[in-house]
Write a protein that binds this ligand. Structure first.
Ligand code: MNH
Length: 471
């Protein structure tokens, strides 16, 4: 290497770093009332000019968080960087195995499942799952009508969106109804899933020395995993007992019936179990959070609410059952959802790593494999790209505006080949939900937004008073 190049290189130790104490590392500096990721976004704003900072973790690792669009553009380069399993994903792999979301980079089953499943998730295939979406939505609308006709203290939007997205993905995924709207208590399987997801996050905040204190939690975690496997494995066995002509059009049938176009092989039953759990894990909280933030925004902006309602009335009629084609024509609803995912990305960061030693920003030496966290919630508010970043403005997603920005400025669905498989599914599901709810109900003002400190951010304490639209 020429001398000039060497002189310009800067070791990573020159980057801003959080303070650290023994055992807890930076934990005492990571607190934020809206959660760890909100704290990361705040730090990204403070260090926007450098664009990155180091965070010592209790396990001895020291990820680098990246929070401006210019560095994000580098991290999105698939020739240099790839997905890394980091943070909760390492533990979610205990129960999602080598399913698409938690597969290691280039793991053989990722390629195989990607080839088998991608066609089923393409925008053209989603109409197969439209009945699952509207069927779950009918239950939500009924639930809200009942709530509006009784004491009307408002509906718990986050809880109800979670039920909606869980019902939708379980009907579309494996023709299974948990009956979430029928009971205040979640189904035991869904409770086990929620606890296992929580444990996969909590375990990150435990200094390794304290691990023995959590033996009880670990035992329950193992029991939860076993019970989830039992239910899904039973569904797979039962499906095989039904003649193939009678199989419902769900993702399970697709996985059992289709062979890999490249190798001619099928997915193993174990891998199918992991994919089903993956759809449940990757596909419910994210869409539920998006819907809850969107309803909060609509309830706070009467003009936008009316504009959306006019579009829905024109596009769907005032009481007809919607068709997928009509739903796809709702351009404003789609832009409102896109803007919702900009301001409140429900996957607020994405873990990447260099495939070989490399140099970031032309000067920082980054070794292969060093964890890099791309702060999606920070790049979505980078003022060098987003004018007036805190303003909710769906027109940012008009085609000319989209074309004028670097593509790395907006990454709610992840990057490159490991981007979200369920993007079209989620957007159709969310669009039809917004459309039917806005068509049927008026919203009261819920007051200002506050955000809960959950890993996937959600509005906190959001009760919405809904009343059936006057006719
Ligand atoms: Mn989804 C991966 C965001 C809905 C299934 N999803 C990802 C990633 C992001 C993401 C970001 C990349 C994570 C990473 O790099 O580690 N997903 C979303 C958002 C929504 C969403 C914001 C809703 C809004 N996802 C859904 C739905 C499903 C789904 C719905 C399934 C029905 N997602 C996946 C799968 C992956 C994924 C599967 C893993 C893809 C892969 O690595 O090949």
């Amino acid at each position: 290497m020429a001398d000039g190049t060497l002189k310009n290189l800067v070791p990573l130790s020159e980057l801003p770093v959080l303070p650290s104490v023994p055992l807890l590392a930076s934990l005492p500096w990571l607190y934020h009332r809206e959660g760890f990721m909100a704290r990361m976004a705040e730090l990204a704003e403070r260090h926007r000019h450098v664009g990155m900072f180091r965070v010592p973790m209790p396990d001895g690792r020291e990820p680098i968080f990246v929070g401006n669009v210019s560095l994000a553009t580098e991290l999105c380069d698939e020739a240099r960087f790839e997905k890394q399993l980091f943070g909760p994903l390492v533990h979610i792999r205990d129960f999602a195995g080598d399913g698409l979301f938690t597969a290691l980079p280039d793991e053989a089953n990722w390629h195989k499942a990607n080839r088998i499943l991608s066609p089923g998730f393409s925008s053209a295939s989603i109409d197969r799952y439209f009945p699952a979406m509207t069927s779950a939505l009918d239950e939500l609308l009924e639930h809200w009508r009942r709530a509006a006709s009784t004491k009307n203290a408002g509906v718990d939007v986050v809880a109800d969106m979670t039920k909606l997205t869980l019902e939708t993905i379980s009907i579309a995924g494996f023709d299974y109804r948990f009956g979430s709207f029928g009971t205040p208590e979640l189904h035991p399987f869904l409770k086990a899933l929620a606890r296992a997801l929580q444990e996969s996050i909590d375990v990150l905040r435990r200094p390794p020395l304290f691990a023995p204190l959590y033996a009880g939690r670990r035992a329950r975690y193992q029991r939860d995993i076993t019970s989830m496997f039992d239910l899904v494995d039973r569904v797979i066995v039962e499906r095989r007992l039904v003649p193939q002509e009678q199989w419902p059009k769900d993702f399970l049938s697709l996985m059992l019936a289709e062979a890999d176009p490249k190798t001619g092989e099928r997915l193993s039953d174990e891998n199918i179990r992991y994919q089903i759990l993956t759809f449940l894990i990757a596909g419910h909280e994210t869409t539920a959070g998006l819907l809850a933030f969107t309803f909060h925004q609509l309830a706070r902006s009467p003009e936008l609410f009316q504009a959306v309602r006019r579009e829905v009335d024109e596009g769907l009629g005032t009481d007809d059952a919607p068709t997928m084609k009509d739903v796809m024509s709702l351009d404003l609803v789609r832009r409102v959802l896109s803007e919702g995912l900009r301001l409140w990305p429900t996957v607020p960061s994405i873990a990447r790593a260099a495939k070989e030693d490399t140099v970031l920003a032309g000067r920082y030496e980054v070794p292969k494999g060093r964890p890099l966290g791309l702060l999606v919630n920070a790049i979505h508010r980078d003022p060098s790209v987003w004018k007036d970043p805190l303003k909710f403005d769906p027109d940012r997603f008009l085609p000319e505006a989209v074309k004028a920005r670097p593509s790395a400025a907006y990454k709610p669905f992840g990057i490159g080949k490991r981007a979200c498989t369920g993007k079209h599914f989620a957007l159709v599901e969310a669009t039809v939900c917004v459309a039917l709810v806005v068509r049927a109900f008026d919203f009261a003002d819920p007051g200002p937004l506050s955000v809960a400190p959950t890993v996937s951010p959600k509005p906190k304490g959001f009760r919405l008073v809904v009343t059936p639209r006057p006719r």
